[in-house]
Design a protein around this ligand. Sequence first.
Ligand SMILES: NC(=O)c1ccc[n+]([C@@H]2O[C@H](COP(=O)([O-])OP(=O)(O)OC[C@H]3O[C@@H](n4cnc5c(N)ncnc54)[C@H](OP(=O)(O)O)[C@@H]3O)[C@@H](O)[C@H]2O)c1
Length: 214
Amino acid sequence: MTIGIIGAGALGSSVARALAKVGIPVTIANSRGPETLADLVKDIGPTLKAGTLAEAAAADIVLIAIRWEDAEKVLTALPAWNGRIVIDGTNPVAFLAEGSPERSDPTNPLAAYGIKAIDLGGTPSTEVIAGFVPGARVVKAFNHLDVSVLAEPTLNGGQRVLFYSGDDAAAKAEVRAILEKMGFFAVDLGTQAAGGPLAQLPFGALSTTNFVKV
Ligand SMILES: NC(=O)c1ccc[n+]([C@@H]2O[C@H](COP(=O)([O-])OP(=O)(O)OC[C@H]3O[C@@H](n4cnc5c(N)ncnc54)[C@H](OP(=O)(O)O)[C@@H]3O)[C@@H](O)[C@H]2O)c1
């Protein structure tokens, strides 16, 4: 079983680090090419390989860790998925440029965090992502916590709770096994329609709440 990560920013690199801690090999890609990831690979260690987008996307299980605004263009250009697993780590938010007036927009409750919500008209965001990766078995995970805590699955003797959801039971079982190996306390929120919106940022009832199972 191979794992690829598309996106090597805050989310992708944090998950790569947590996977490396338990010795799980990963191929990670960014938009600028593998050579630009040399420092990250050196820092994380030999289980992490920098690859091209095509190499990361060819894995058995592929984590999507790119910004919402890039998702459609990047994902719809990839080859067929043929039942491979996609983990959707994205959220439907737009990142606001440093110093932009939108950062102090009083009508945006998320302005202080440097993001704004993207209106999907009530469609669960992972449903939108699933439309960009036809033939993939999609599981939503890793999206609901700040990356600063993702690299630490255990805390004071407890396990950080990581929610996941999806419609394919076998795919969810594979993802669950990885989450558990990483040290998380994995909680199945059910189907994409039921569980996805609960953990979806910015306003899902279970998003951003950082539970620890003691
Ligand atoms: N930040 C968080 O705390 C957090 C937590 C949970 C979920 N998320 C979600 O995770 C996603 C990524 O957020 P982030 O904070 O990690 O963003 P980020 O730091 O800006 O990283 C985005 C990454 O996507 C890469 N990328 C863009 N286009 C690409 C392409 N064509 N091929 C391969 N890689 C490409 C970028 O590559 P370059 O570096 O070359 O530009 C960068 O490595 C978002 O949907 C966000 O909502 C974020």
